[in-house]
Every structure is written in C-alpha cells, then in structure tokens.
Design a protein around this ligand. Structure first.
Ligand code: SF4
Length: 348
C-alpha cells in the first residue's frame, strides 16, 4: 500500500473506504496526520478503539525507526533511520543559533537515496555507493519526524542535501517536494526548500519546467572540468559549460538565483588561480557562491584549509566581483555536517 504520507485526503478516504469504513474516517485520519502531526493511530482519540486497532493492523503512516540519535555541541542533531527493509539513512536537524527565537528557523537536511552513486572523493555518503532510492513517502517522513520530535517546533526550511543525488531519484524527489509545499500537508514555502545537485543538466531543465520556485544549489567544487572530474568521478560526462547553460535556463524560467557550492580542500582547489577561474564562471549566470569548509572524514586524504586561506579565497572572489559567503559549518562533532553522513551512522 502507498505510504500514507504520500496520500491526498481523497486517496486516503478511498483507501479507508476500501476497508469497508466510511470515507469521512479518511478525512479524520488525514487531519490527525497533517493538522495535528499525529502519525500514530493509537493517539487518534476520536476514532474508536476497534477502528484504531484495525488501522494499526493494516497501514502505517510512519515506516522509519530511529536507531540512533547524536547531538553536536552546537545543537545540530543527527538521526540514523532504518526502513522496514533494513536499509538505513541519516537525516539532520539544524536548529536556530543561540540567541535566536527557538522557532525562528528549523532546517531539516534530508536524504533522497540510501547512499550515493556520485562518489565525490571527499564525501562519506558515497563511500559504499547507492543501495536504493527512497520513496517520496520516505523523503517526506524525514521532515515529519523532525516536526514530531517531543517539544519541537515545526520545520521551517528543508535542504535536500543529505545522502544521495536528488535528481537521480527525480520522480520521488519532486513528488516529495509537492507534498511538502501542499498547504494541506507539509505547508512549507517552496522558497524555503533548497535542492542541491551535483548537476544533471537534463534534469535541471526538467525541474525548471515543474513550476516550483525551488532554490537550486549546484555542487561545483572545482572551477575547471579537469579538476572537477578528479573530485567528482560521476561528473565525467558533464562539462561545467553544460551546467552553466542549464543553470541559466533554470534562472530564466523560475527567477531563482542559483547557488554554486564549493567545498574548500586544502591544496586541491583553494589556490588563487582556482578563485580566478571560479570568478569567471560566476559572471556567466546569476548566482551566489557558498564556500564550505571541508569537514574531515576518517580515512579520506583531504583536509580543511587554514582559516586565513578560506578568508583569502573569499576575499579574492569578492574583489573579482562574485557574490560569495562562507557557509557556517555546524554539526561536525557529531559527524552531522556536509559530506559526513553515512548509511551505517558511524565513522570508521
Ligand atoms: S557530496 Fe553529495 S553528491 Fe557527492 S558523494 Fe556526497 S552525497 Fe553524493
């Protein structure tokens, strides 16, 4: 049966009716699930006990089981989730910073695949390849889990930057986004959702035609094709020129400025020449550059540049006219930062 978080109110009512129950029960259950964020039939107190037990025996709203939770010293929390087939993913909550209102911003960083086939050489998520795609329900369920943590405010922002390449799991990812922005379900603004891709030009164009004003971030990580193919082996068949063209089309159709993500690896892609090449690229499309300090992964031969090198790289880009900022790195001491998520949930 379809995951309950994928169902519209009409679909849920039809499923309930197929069980021989009145359709209005479907609407009641839909309200519990989405208005009250109650996914446990036992807690749906306006349903009879008989009905609750029957529903619990035939369908589930939530299919993931939290195996482990880790909290970093800066408040970032990472959950390891196991699906009924035994596959595991990680999902991260990035709360507001100290001093901000607790409900001001709660960003869920969610996964779209079990593992990742892209295999960026500096990233933990791609170490074991990809095992399967997540369904739309499993993608949405990660946000739902964060919405329903005890005492937690609702998620305000979502970044599709966890494990996996969202555009390699296109249908499920777009279906999940549609659920998250549905006013009767997730209720989020598309402008508060960012999809991060290593860059599949055809899929970027397809996404531009979906009519969803999502923020799009392209993981560039290198300013020329030769270096990019060394860092992102799966990018071998795609040139930076093709990505820029697709990015320009995305901007012209959605009006959303792109973000170019660039993880700084000491001695690899942080030279002045790299900054100059990157600045040249930024003149070709409406974009901001997000510089990411590398988060070390045990067993991988990369390191983060010294802070003065990070700042010098940013300042050089700025002098060359680029819009650029250094992304605050959070969650690293719980291995919950960018590039540190794993199917096993543990660092080796
Ligand atoms: S950085 Fe992103 S695209 Fe690259 S291997 Fe990791 S999860 Fe996959």
């Amino acid at each position: 049966m379809k995951h309950m978080l994928e169902m519209t109110c009409d679909e849920l009512s039809a499923a309930i009716k197929a069980l021989g129950l009145p359709a209005f029960r479907g609407r009641q259950i839909f309200q519990w699930i989405w208005d009250k964020r109650v996914g446990d039939f036992a807690a749906m107190t306006n349903l009879s006990r008989d009905l609750r037990e029957r529903l619990a025996g035939t369908m589930t709203a939530l299919t993931g089981r939290i195996i482990r939770s880790r909290e970093a010293s800066d408040g970032v929390i990472k959950l390891l989730i196991e699906w009924p087939d035994g596959e595991r993913i990680e999902t991260v909550m990035i709360p507001t910073r100290p001093g901000e209102a607790p409900s001001a911003r709660r960003t869920a960083c969610i996964s779209t695949q079990v593992g990742c086939a892209v295999g960026c050489v500096f990233c933990a998520s791609g170490l074991e390849g990809v095992s399967r795609d997540l369904t739309a329900g499993e993608i949405v369920e990660q946000v739902y889990l964060w919405d329903t943590q005890p005492g937690a405010a609702r998620v305000t922002h979502v970044v599709l930057m966890g494990m996996g390449e969202p555009l390699a799991n296109y249908e499920a990812t777009v279906a999940a986004v549609r659920i998250l922005i549905d006013p009767d379900r997730g209720g989020l603004s598309a402008r508060h959702i960012t999809l991060s891709t290593v860059g599949l030009p055809d899929q970027i164009r397809r996404l531009a035609g979906e009519g969803i004003p999502l923020n799009l971030a392209i993981s560039l990580h290198a300013p020329n094709d030769e270096l990019r193919r060394r860092l992102i082996p799966a990018a071998t068949g795609v040139s930076i020129d093709e990505l820029i063209d697709a990015g320009c089309e995305y901007f012209s159709r959605t009006g959303r400025e792109l973000t170019l993500e660039y993880v700084l690896l000491a001695g690899v892609n942080d030279s002045p020449a790299c900054a100059e090449q990157l600045a040249d690229l930024t003149r070709r499309l409406r974009c901001n550059v997000n510089l990411i300090r590398y988060n070390p992964v045990a067993g991988l031969p990369f390191s983060r540049p010294a802070e003065r090198e990070v700042v010098a790289f940013r300042d050089r880009l700025r002098r060359l006219g680029a819009n650029v900022q250094i992304r605050a790195s959070r969650g690293a001491d719980a291995d919950a930062a960018c590039g540190q998520l794993r199917r096993t949930g543990v660092s080796s």
